[in-house]
Design a protein around this ligand. Structure first.
Ligand SMILES: *[C@@H]1O[C@H](CO)[C@@H](O)[C@H](O)[C@H]1NC(C)=O
Ligand SMILES: *[C@@H]1O[C@H](CO)[C@@H](O)[C@H](O)[C@H]1NC(C)=O
Ligand SMILES: *[C@@H]1O[C@H](CO)[C@@H](O)[C@H](O)[C@H]1NC(C)=O
Length: 843
């Protein structure tokens, strides 16, 4: 008997367990991304684990180089706000979507005070692939201390991109992101429209933003208490007349979900509490309970009202009216006739706009005069903003306008087409070369210039002339600059002789274009010989650009091109030899002696002069596009010269402000604005030069992925210290105590201006030059003054001991401080150089 009972008991227990489990299977989101942005650790929040975005696996952060991370040491309202990811240029999280359909996108924002950025004034824009979620949000104009946003979008592709865009010259940031699947049946395709404007159907493709989700008469429900991770707040603060309503609560286990309503629609805690009429017995039929919600009147709203009769004692006694604004939504609404029982949940959806005379949306319930019992109630309410015609939930700019990724795609397409065209071009060329070489061999006289005939300098006639010249004179053949401007054409044998057959011992460096060898010409001059990789398609274009650009340009601070060789499909460029090599090797990563501050300033000034000349010296300005410390070379006297014009581009014509182009350049130096808009201006070089300045000061690479997050990108890292006025904390140890503080300050300010987010805010290279000259003046003057008293600490060999004349900015800008050599006269008047260009006479 006892055994029987036990068995029965077990059966019942097992059975009831099944009952519970099968009655409604709790929803498990297929896609469930919870991300603690900028955090090194996983963060536990309300029973859920938000994973760190530093080691992304199931999702990716694209353009991560545009972001930095920070964390707060002070107390924050929630653990998710401890860390933050800061965007100084657009960057996107990309999520793989395993099940198409509606997804929550939840965003957490808290402007932590110790991030190194003023996040309160940051201006945040967030777009998905199609929709604008947030447009130019800033905490400056916001009352709360943090911002939580919930959206739901129907994802119809296999990925979801979430792009954060900084605007108004500031950064953007985010502390936490959720992308979580929503059950398909949560949001219907249509709803009763009360406003006669906006859609009543076709909702399934639109985006929603939850603006209010309220648990009438009940407690705050956190994501822990809701199977869909939603938050429901108490309604008291929205009540129009506080004393009009009375809260009522029953045991949540009493709630009997019908087939049509599941806990995913709303948890039982929502239905187990309600507001109903205070003094329900007093027969005041002239009475409403009204909740008032401030809303943006430019949008239409999806409103869901939740009911569950937990106040009536018997069926069919409660009849009341429901209004949205002044529109009757549910007249003479008798709940029990629909549900058939008490404590059974029911909900109804409407589309409504704000009330016509105010920026609010109000919901009222009031007794119906015919009812036996004078009462009215509401259990829950959700108000969701519906995306507008430009697919925005904030303002009237489309996602495409705010983040022109369409043009980015076009850019990529352009590259692809370019590569295809380029490749076919090369194939045709190879065929041509082959034909040519056959012809040449048969004639056994002519050299061919396979690519150059295709108008290297817009004048193939000149080229032909050039190559004929080289034939006639045999070995060392100078092409007259007046006729072709292309420099000397070398024969391959000459190059072989000069470099001792490309002896590996004379290798100076290896770059993207090819290898660089040290060589010596017959007359004893040293040269640098750059031998292009013939296989690189990009190489041909860059080879041409380099010859075109450099042969047009002559300047003390630009590396001179001596000539080139294009025999036998070779792409060889011959430059003046720069004995001290790239600037970078004097900064870090080698055992070369550390440069003094004065030397560094002079190098910066030299490079700035070179760039200033590029930007302003010719009829059409030239944008270098690849300014970095490996492209600034130093000669035997440490005079800086700008090199590598393979990527340079003619600047905008007079009537244009920019050149549209596919983004090229080196990471870490790339102008964020250029990157974003693909519009190239001289100011992109100014930005890169700002990075160079920081690199020279801090002696570390522009990008160093090994460092902690916030330090990876020197531009961000150094800017955060510069903004605190503490740049000296991160500068090269070798300089500590050896730099005039005013000089350093000027230098820091100059670098900061170069690194401004927007090109218009950056100085011209001329201004940069002026400021660097000033910084040098401050340094040199202080050195000169300190000399008599102090011979040990500040003394750097080679500094003139005669005090310099007082600073006079009217002179120093162009003349330099202490040089005054003949060659510098070239810098002093770009117009002179310009006239040289117009009427070139060589050097
Ligand atoms: C964070 O959570 C993920 C997924 O649960 C796990 O793979 C990872 O190891 C955790 N990382 C840390 C730092 O705890
Ligand atoms: C999402 O949109 C597609 C049409 O693009 C539609 O077929 C689907 O039902 C929608 N899903 C939801 C959950 O609304
Ligand atoms: C309740 O509010 C609605 C809408 O504002 C209004 O039309 C109605 O007259 C009100 N009812 C009572 C009884 O005040």
């Amino acid at each position: 008997m006892v055994e029987m009972k036990l068995v029965k008991c077990v059966v019942i227990v097992v059975f009831s367990w099944f009952m519970v489990d099968w009655s409604y299977a709790a929803f498990t989101p297929v896609d469930n991304y919870l991300i603690a942005c900028g955090s090194a650790q996983n963060v536990s929040l309300q029973g859920r684990v938000f994973i760190s975005d530093s080691k992304q696996s199931s999702f990716v952060l694209k353009s991560q180089e545009n972001t930095v991370i920070a964390s707060s040491n002070s107390s924050v309202p929630s653990p998710i706000f401890q860390s933050v990811r800061i965007f100084h240029a657009p960057a996107s999280y990309k999520f793989e979507i395993h099940q198409k359909g509606r997804h929550w996108i939840r965003l957490y924002f808290y402007p932590i005070s110790d991030s190194g950025h003023n996040l309160r004034s940051a201006s945040v824009t967030v777009v998905t692939d199609d929709y604008v979620l947030l447009n130019n949000f800033t905490f400056k104009k916001y009352k709360g201390s943090f911002l939580f946003k919930e959206y739901s979008v129907n994802v119809t592709s296999n990925t979801l991109g979430l792009t954060f865009i900084p605007s108004n010259n500031s950064v953007a940031f985010v502390n936490g992101v959720e992308v979580v699947s929503v059950p398909d049946d949560l949001i219907p395709n249509q709803a009763a429209s009360l406003s006669h404007m906006g859609p009543s159907s076709g909702l399934s493709v639109l985006a929603f933003e939850t603006v209010y989700r309220v648990n009438m008469g009940g407690p705050l429900l956190t994501p822990q208490n809701d199977t869909l991770g939603r938050t429901w707040e108490n309604d008291k603060k929205y009540l129009h007349v506080n004393s009009s309503a009375q809260a009522v609560t029953v045991n949540p286990s009493m709630i009997k979900y019908p087939v049509a309503v599941t806990p995913e629609i709303a948890p039982n805690w929502v239905y187990a509490t309600a507001e109903h009429m205070e003094n329900a017995d007093v027969a005041n039929t002239n009475f409403n309970i009204t909740w008032v919600f401030p809303v943006d009147p430019n949008f239409v709203y999806f409103v869901r009202v939740h009911f569950c009769d937990i106040v009536s004692k018997v069926l069919n006694t409660l009849v009341f009216n429901v209004y949205l604004n002044s529109d009757s939504a549910l007249p003479s609404f008798e709940l029990s006739s629909i549900t058939g029982n008490l404590a059974v949940p029911y909900y109804k959806d409407f589309i409504s706009n704000s009330s016509t005379d105010s920026n609010t949306l109000s919901v009222s319930v009031g007794p119906d005069p015919v009812a036996e019992v004078t009462d009215a109630m509401l259990n829950g309410l959700e108000i969701m903003k519906i995306s507008n015609g430009v697919k925005s939930l904030d303002g009237f700019s489309s996602a495409e306008k705010l983040f022109p990724k369409a043009s980015l795609k076009k850019g990529k397409l352009g590259i692809v087409i370019g590569v295809i065209v380029g490749t076919s071009f090369v194939i045709v060329l190879i065929a041509l070369c082959y034909c040519c070489s056959v012809v040449c061999r048969s004639k056994a006289t002519h050299q061919s210039h396979p690519w150059l005939p295709l108008s290297l300098y817009g004048n193939s006639q000149t080229i032909t002339k050039g190559s004929m010249t080289s034939e006639k004179s045999g070995t060392a053949s100078y092409v007259s600059l007046t006729s072709s401007n292309l420099g000397r054409i070398f024969m391959f044998q000459e190059i072989m002789d000069a470099t001792n057959k490309f002896d590996e011992n004379s290798l100076l460096g290896v770059g993207g274009f090819g290898r660089v060898y040290k060589g010596m010409l017959e007359d004893g001059t040293y040269v640098a010989v750059k031998r292009g990789n013939t296989r690189s398609e990009q190489g041909i274009a860059e080879f041409r650009t380099e010859i075109e650009m450099l042969s047009k340009l002559r300047h003390r601070h630009l590396v001179s091109l001596i000539g080139y060789c294009d025999e036998r499909s070779e792409m060889i460029l011959v430059y003046e030899y720069m004995a001290n090599g790239p600037l970078r090797s004097h900064l870090y990563g080698t055992t070369l002696p550390s440069l003094s501050w004065k030397q560094r300033l002079e190098i910066c000034i030299g490079a700035a002069k070179g760039l200033h000349y590029l930007h302003t010296g010719a009829a059409q300005s030239i944008i270098h596009r690849d300014v970095k410390t490996t492209n600034i070379l130093l000669d035997e006297n440490f005079v800086a010269k700008v090199a590598d014009f393979g990527l340079s581009k003619a600047g905008p014509a007079i009537d244009q402000t920019h050149v549209s182009t596919a983004v090229k350049g080196s990471f870490g130096y790339l102008d964020p604005e250029y990157f974003r808009r693909q519009q190239l201006t001289e100011k992109s070089d100014v930005y890169s030069f700002g990075v160079v300045l920081m690199e020279i000061l801090c002696t570390r690479p522009a990008l160093n992925p090994v460092l902690p997050r916030e330090q990876v990108n020197i531009a961000e890292w150094a800017m955060s210290w510069q903004k605190k006025g503490m740049l000296d904390q991160i500068m090269d140890h070798n300089l500590v105590g050896k730099v005039n503080s005013a000089s350093l300050k000027k230098f820091g300010e100059t670098a900061e201006k170069c690194l401004e987010e927007y090109g218009v805010d950056r100085p011209t290279m001329g201004d940069v030059l002026w400021n660097l000259e000033y910084a040098l003046q401050l340094e040199v003057t202080s050195l000169a003054l300190s000399e008599p008293e102090d011979n040990s600490t500040n003394h750097i060999p080679g500094i003139p001991s005669t005090p310099l004349e007082p600073f006079d900015n009217s002179v120093s800008m162009v003349d330099g401080v202490n040089s005054g050599t003949d060659e510098d006269a070239e810098d002093s008047a770009t117009s002179t150089v310009f006239s040289q260009l117009v009427n070139p006479h060589g050097r």
